[in-house]
Design a protein around this ligand. Sequence first.
Ligand SMILES: [Zn+2]
Length: 69
Amino acid sequence: MKLYCCLCGRPMDRAAVLIGAHPVGPKCARRAGLMPLVHRKSGLVFAASGHKSAVRQDAQTLDLFEGAV
Ligand SMILES: [Zn+2]
């Protein structure tokens, strides 16, 4: 499965982070300052490792946030 960085559109072997469902390569993530955001629980930026379960959990969390706001 080919991944394409959602910031620069280049193909990459693996994403470093995800913005929502969009993968971002390590270079772009660092350049865009996304790496510090990975460690925040709130927000749309996730670490891409083991992202399948993480995305589902975060999607539920986002629903909760949307309902709360
Ligand atoms: Zn990129």
